[in-house]
Write a protein that binds this ligand. Structure first.
Ligand code: SF4
Length: 489
């Protein structure tokens, strides 16, 4: 086991990848600063809202088919669970698989437990999870309260897994620990890699790990052209399938932010090469991704023919979409690398990217040699003058939108879709990340955008009746990042 995996916890992103939560300027300037400390992660002097690493960890652990999760926290940290349950059912159906439900228990610690310790409640919750769900493994999420009082989750896990006979996996995802909630992805993967994943002497040359969220099955047709199969991880996979992930020929992902840590450890500790080209979004990125996958799977003899025939197949529809969308101004708001993916897709549709905002920005990758997706995007589209990093602050995004006034926007998160609607800007919610992957993903995105633009009239009318809760002073302030000027390090 490498030093990295031997650690109880993975180092948080701002320390490991020098990630930042604020930037405003040209995309090329930020891309050029890769690996440097030119920009650093500062405290925000005013934060309107935030997310939590526990929430990002739950997008991985909650959806393992035969596992249970114990959230060791007060009940408030558990509030998202009904939404997760709906997502689990719907996404399984969407992928053509058996619907499922989350198996989650909260230890529900009280004020008293934060004084005397909550490990007894944790033991009770683990026993209850075993009794209710009979799972193949139990994940234990930490939280701010249990992290601060220092409950020994690992000690309880080691002790109890002997007692109940299944792996118990600590996931250190306390919200207070990192300013970058994507650290929760790494925390979940660290627990999985350390406690579940096993060396696989036999390799399957036809299998490609695809780290993704819940999402539709768009990689089977794409990889199928080369006679390959996606191994979708981790949501909707079983504990057994997760433990065998090193048997794949290589590891890919739908977004560098999601897959950086897990694919890096799989490469260094388990010998599974990581696909280092940007994820397959947009024509040239899909071409290059397929070429690299072909290299690891021994299908290089077929790949150029596949690429050529796919270009021919989508050309008429792409041309039709370009005629309608060409020159339309678009703004993208999404997580770090996923926003770059979306930028790559919409540029193939002939649209003008007037601005991109990402939730954070990783200044480096976990694996040396991984292509910088922002640099690749600038190379493809030319300079993006209005590029910003903003961790989901509506008061700032409102000002960005008022300044840029795009014809349409694509956003990954619901609250920002509503913001666009209030301003009369048709907004596409990219809640399902697999849908725009591959060659078909470009066509699907184009069709969705065309349908969306039709809503412009009604949104404009609705926006005339909208009132924002901000003061006249803030509405008149020109700089969306006014508060960051006084940000302290
Ligand atoms: S872990 Fe911390 S930040 Fe996350 S929901 Fe609980 S209290 Fe909030």
């Amino acid at each position: 086991m490498s030093d990295r995996l031997a650690q109880t916890e993975v180092t948080i992103r701002e320390n490991r990848l020098k990630s930042i939560i604020y930037y405003s300027g040209k995309a090329s300037e930020l891309a050029k600063a890769e690996g440097t400390e030119k920009f650093v992660c500062k405290e925000r002097s005013y934060s309107q809202c935030s997310d939590c690493a526990q929430m990002t960890a739950s997008t991985i652990t909650y959806f393992v088919r035969d596992a249970a999760v114990v959230v060791h926290s007060p009940m408030g940290c558990f509030a998202n669970t009904p939404l997760n349950d709906t997502q689990f059912r719907n996404s399984a159906i969407e992928r053509g698989e058996q619907p499922d439900k989350v198996r989650v228990i909260c230890s529900n610690i009280s004020e008293k437990d934060t004084v005397y310790g909550g490990t007894n409640k944790l033991r009770e919750a683990i026993n209850e999870a075993k009794k209710r769900f009979n799972p193949s493994a139990i994940f234990v999420h930490s939280s701010c309260a249990t992290g601060i009082v220092g409950d020994d989750i690992e000690g309880v896990a080691l002790d109890m897994q002997e007692e109940i006979g299944i792996p118990i996996i600590p996931v250190y995802c306390e919200g207070f620990k990192s300013k970058i909630w994507s650290s929760g992805f790494d925390a979940a993967y660290h627990g999985i890699l350390k406690n579940l994943v096993k060396e696989q002497p036999e390799k399957n040359k036809k299998l490609v790990n695809v780290f993704n969220f819940l999402g539709s099955d768009t990689f089977t047709p794409l990889l199928g052209k080369l006679g390959l199969k996606p191994n979708y991880l981790v949501p909707l996979a079983s504990v057994d399938r997760i433990s065998r992930m090193p048997e794949a020929a290589c590891s890919a992902h739908i977004c560098e932010t999601l897959g950086t840590y897990v694919s890096s450890v799989l490469e260094s500790d388990f010998g599974v090469p990581k696909v280092k080209s940007p994820a397959p979004f947009g024509i040239s990125w899909t071409d290059n991704w397929l070429r690299e996958v072909a290299k690891y799977t021994g299908t290089e003899d077929k790949v150029e023919e596949v690429i050529e025939s796919e270009h021919r197949r989508i050309a008429p529809e792409l041309e039709r979409l370009r005629e309608k969308l060409s020159g339309k101004k678009i703004y993208v708001f999404a997580g770090d690398a996923y926003a770059h993916n979306v930028g790559s897709v919409v540029s193939d549709l002939g649209m003008e990217i007037v601005g991109i905002t990402t939730l954070h920005h990783d200044m480096q990758d976990d694996t040396e040699g991984t292509e910088n997706t922002l640099e690749a995007l600038v190379k493809k589209t030319g300079e993006i003058e209005n590029f910003s990093v903003c961790n989901k602050q509506p008061y700032q995004v409102l000002k960005i939108l008022e300044k840029l006034r795009p014809d349409v926007m694509i956003v990954r998160h619901m609250n920002m879709t509503i913001l666009g609607g209030k301003l009369g800007i048709p907004s596409l919610l990219e809640g399902e990340t697999n849908i725009s992957a591959g060659y078909d993903g470009i066509i699907t995105t184009g069709k969705r955008l065309l349908a969306l633009i039709e809503t412009k009239g009604i949104l404009k009318t609705l926006s005339e009746y909208n009132e924002f809760p901000y003061t006249k002073w803030w509405r008149e302030e020109e700089d969306p990042f006014y508060f960051e000027k006084g940000a302290k390090q």
